[in-house]
Design a protein. Structure first.
Length: 151
């Protein structure tokens, strides 16, 4: 069970990921945002850029992982936590596993495309998973995005 301090920390960093998700929303991208935190500091932040870059791999998590490894100068993120607004897809979760992220925190589950459905063991075996942080806020932005697309 998480302590009050841990919950506050997770909510603080998830709010930073939500800022990135809002930037994606504002750019017409699927509103997913991510930040990588190392030793209490944000070392990278990103949001989906698949439309702008015409690249199906330009997910928030992938971009944040790449930026974090560049920042640290190595391919492993063993002392880092990824905060992402929506459950990572199998591709992104696999990248988290290869990067050896110690923790993945996500806001809302993705029952259609999330890794838990298709590849539940793809993360590094020692990785801790926390979900449901600011779930309602994360879901509301996604729902608004797709509602606007349908209108």
């Amino acid at each position: 069970m998480a302590t009050e301090e841990e919950l506050k920390r997770d909510e603080y960093f998830m709010r930073k990921a939500l800022i990135e998700a809002q930037a994606a929303f504002d750019e017409g991208e699927i509103p997913i945002g991510a930040v990588v935190v190392c030793k209490g500091q944000i070392i990278s932040r990103a949001h989906n850029l698949t439309e702008r870059l015409h690249d199906v791999t330009a997910h928030a998590e992938m971009l944040a992982i790449t930026a974090a490894t560049n920042q640290l100068g190595g391919k492993y993120l063993t002392d880092c936590t990824l905060y992402v607004t929506i459950e990572p897809c199998p591709m992104c979760a696999s990248a988290c596993g290869w990067a050896q992220l110690s923790r993945v925190v996500f806001g809302a589950s993705d029952d259609k495309r999330g890794f838990k459905r298709y590849a539940p063991k793809v993360l590094h075996p020692k990785a801790e998973i926390t979900n449901g942080v600011l779930r309602e806020d994360c879901m509301a932005l996604m729902q608004l995005f797709f509602k606007k697309r349908r209108d």
